[in-house]
Write a protein that binds this ligand. Sequence first.
Ligand SMILES: Cc1ncc(COP(=O)(O)O)c(C=O)c1O
Length: 373
Amino acid sequence: MQNRIFLSPPWVGEPERAAVAAAFDSGYVAPCGPMVDQFDRRLGALADQSAAAVSSGTAALDLLMEEFAVGPDTAVLASTLTFIATVGPAWHRGAQPIFIDADPLTGTISLPLLEKALRAVARRRTPTRVLVLAADIYGQTCDYDGLESLCSRYGATLIVDAAESVGATCRGRPAGHAGAAAVYSFNGNKLVTTSGGGAVLSRNPEIVQRARWRAQQARENKVWYEHCEVGYNYRMSNLLAAVGCAQLDRLPEIVRRKRKIFDFYLALFCGDKRPGHRVAPYPCGDFTEPTRWLSVFLFPTACVRDAVAARLAAADIECRPVWKPLHLQPVFKTCRVYGGEVAEDFFRRGLCLPSGAGLTRTQLKRIAEAIRG
Ligand SMILES: Cc1ncc(COP(=O)(O)O)c(C=O)c1O
């Protein structure tokens, strides 16, 4: 295992170790404490809105599904090209997601297809509450302005799943700064990690305060345990929040390194101009400044992609196909999809390449040699 190159391992070290030790020594070895408060404040500053750290990105989405009372009668329109967690909490509440294809030029949710779906929902005889779950992907954002204007035109609530875009911007706005609310993830493979963690974000502080309260068992402000609502235990540990704060100190350096890795792959692939050999970066809208959390490329055919993946696997280097679209997942086979061919094509030809911020020159050389064959 020593020699294995992983797809996106955390970049952690002495600063994180020292932060955990300090939090441990402070006595706050609990899912609350000064580091959680500090992490909330710093996330709020990063995202330019209110923020509450919780135990995972999925938990953050679950809290938002509770906030917006999502149920079997809610029309949930969601990106199809994303991780299952984007729609998992809505699904558990009985909603049947309607999937929207990716745009071929931006790689994120297609606005024309979303509009088509919104129009169809608006035509329903019974008025339906509509929730749009738009997922940022691989370190780049959706078109927030386009999404907001569509959602306000059709009276839909917009939630941005910014689990993968921490540190990115959309026309100067920080990732997740759109719609009614958004979530971040600090899972071990993410750009900023707390080993496991997430956050609820919103420009409306009341939404964030309610999420924080529900994450703490929805306890009323009494000396005894009093509950007018049944909550959740989705709190973040003070020890993990300390890791998160140390990671935020390094965020600019992590992004700088990720972008350098992407440029390395770009130079590697773009030198090959032979017909049938052209490799393109995963599409990205000009409205977003991506972090390149993962370096993702589209190969000319599925066959070429599979050959490259096989070579990397043989050299003990981890890589992964682009997300399998949710509308192709067996569990969602009864769900409707608008379009779907673009995401299917990305899934067939796309490959996520090793992107760890700690990748060394020697490792990059090894990856290049494996790819070149
Ligand atoms: C798009 C997306 N949404 C949600 C999540 C869930 O986050 P977590 O693993 O922190 O629950 C992830 C990643 O794990 C993700 O990539």
